[in-house]
Design a protein around this ligand. Structure first.
Ligand code: UDP
Length: 254
């Protein structure tokens, strides 16, 4: 295989140059970080599961008209995506109080919020992703008011659609983080959903027991982390019977 150029290495993924101009290969690692990189660990098989879960959710969102960077999954750990100009904003949508919102306002975890709340964080590892307002975003030129309108409208649709999808498999979508990029096509610019959607950036609780089935199991040392990611894939109906190792293994001829 030819050596590919590494474009960027993040905490959970690596981006390589894609096979055609305007494409990238997104490689999913098993590495997990929390608390602004202070905690680091490996969740065995996470990359394989997140690659598959994100493929599934991005495809479903594409089917309801949410534009995404996703093109196709290439193998166990890699997917082909369109190259976009990432907007340096993390948009968090919350339905139920948890994590930093609970801490900031002293609202007990699990409290249903009066309505969905959106927050913006500036993507900067050195600054620990500070929370920011529209004022900061537009004044500092990170995104235009039009970009923000598009991002908000898409995030609301994503929240409505995913909340329903997860509820159907007995999971509560407590909150999630999304990132968007600018995709240029012949002088026309579109805002598209980028990055990934997986238990790394969603909080998912079992509807009946409130059991956490997401990265909080790693953050809070709750144990059975690998099993939680597998359970999400299993409920989505995308976990092969033989487990993670049998992804992409051709089925024997009938
Ligand atoms: N989140 C994320 N990346 C981050 C920060 C948060 O994907 O750098 C996700 C997180 O998994 C959760 C939601 O965004 O689903 C809200 O996270 P919160 O602000 O409560 O921060 P945390 O408690 O994760 O520090």
């Amino acid at each position: 295989m030819t050596r590919r150029r590494r474009i960027y290495e993040g905490k959970a993924k690596v981006l390589f140059e894609g096979p055609e101009p305007g494409t990238l290969v997104q490689y999913f690692k098993d590495d997990a970080t929390a608390f602004h990189n202070q905690k680091h660990g490996i969740i065995t098989g996470k990359g394989v599961l997140n690659n598959r879960i994100s493929e599934y959710l991005m495809t479903k969102l594409g089917e309801i008209g949410v534009p995404t960077h996703f093109v196709r999954r290439l193998n166990m750990r890699e997917q082909l995506v369109r190259e976009v100009e990432i907007i340096p904003i993390e948009l968090v949508v919350r339905n139920v109080a948890a994590g930093s919102l609970s801490k900031r306002f002293g609202i007990p975890e699990g409290t249903q919020l009066p309505r969905s709340i959106m927050e913006y964080y500036y993507k900067s590892d050195e600054l620990n992703d500070p929370i920011v307002s529209e004022e900061h975003i537009t004044a500092f030129g990170w995104a235009t008011p039009q970009d923000l309108d598009d991002m908000m409208a898409l995030s609301l649709r994503i929240n409505d659609y995913l909340s329903g999808l997860f509820l159907g498999i007995g999971l509560k979508l407590v909150d999630f983080k999304v990132e968007f990029g600018r995709l240029w096509e012949n002088d026309e610019m579109r805002i598209v959903l980028a990055d990934e959607i997986s238990p790394d950036n969603c909080r998912l609780w079992d509807v009946k027991t409130n059991q956490k089935l997401d990265k909080d199991r790693f953050r809070e040392d709750l144990g059975r982390v690998e099993e939680a990611y597998q359970e999400v894939a299993r409920r989505l109906g995308i976990l092969p019977e033989g487990g993670v190792d049998t992804f992409n293994t051709p089925k024997p001829a009938p």
